[in-house]
Design a protein around this ligand. Sequence first.
Ligand code: PBG
Length: 324
Amino acid sequence: MYLQRRNRILRRSAAIRSLVAETILRPSDFIAPLFIDEGENLATEIASMPGYYRRSLDLTEKEVKELWSMGIRSVLLFIKCKDEWKDNTGKEAWNPDGLMQRSIKAIKDAVPEMVVMTDVALDPYSSFGHDGIVKDGEIVNDETVEALVKMSISHARSGADFVAPSDMMDGRIGAIRSGLEENGFTQTGIMSYSAKYASCFYGPFRDALDSAPGFGDKKTYQMDYANRTEAVRETLMDVEEGADIVMVKPAMAYLDIIREIKNTVDVPVSAYQVSGEYAMIKAAAKMGWLDENKAVIESLTSIKRAGADLIATYFAKDAVRLLG
Ligand code: PBG
């Protein structure tokens, strides 16, 4: 055979492959999600997320120091709220001495340069386990947005670098941006969960925070996974309203959406490899059906290749070790 082009030439050795690799993961691509609980010296493994822990604040500080020393530059905080502090207003979410507020301060004290991002949504604080305020069985938009603004300002006041609204209410990015401006928080960023789908892949996360919805589902606010153009519309609106970074969530089943968004907006795009994606890889590896390390790097590389500039992932530490 005489061939003008032989594509295998560029795949011939590891050295050649490394010369032409288009997508390279680096530690600063990753955002490490952290689950924080009250108490001291506590690390509880999450049953549906083997190898991942919910930690008390003292142990979280240690963890953040370790993450920083490994080259990870950002953490995304989630807290577990005690049942007796949950109600339908979600007011514990803006308690100046709340666990989230104390955690932001402690982490910024421990590692001042670490970029601290905070989840903004009412579900961990809601007696109904919904991301918003419930009235007559419905999740009301505008009152919820007012609560989210209070929550965001409170996080900014505690020292958060970015607030990350994950609730999918309408108009929240613009309202949060105005609230931050009015209160002088001109350096606080917004990483918006812009295209967040109503997904079964959040199941293990809801175990971690005991935040599963008490009735119904989240389909009246999170997006229908059948839709693509809606993701574009949501994301463009968030950018217009003042989002600094946008997000697609989940990641692996939504690589087409990540690419679509990357081609559409001129702000950084993040993607969230969610709890169920972590659980799937862990479970298959435990059964001996997948090579965990290879699955971790392949999945993260494909998310970056799809267009994610940043990736929130429970595999952040594993990935850095494997890349090392
Ligand atoms: C809270 C929130 C959720 C996740 C991130 N922020 C749960 C949900 O929307 O039900 C999911 C993260 C994961 O599954 O890893 N609104």
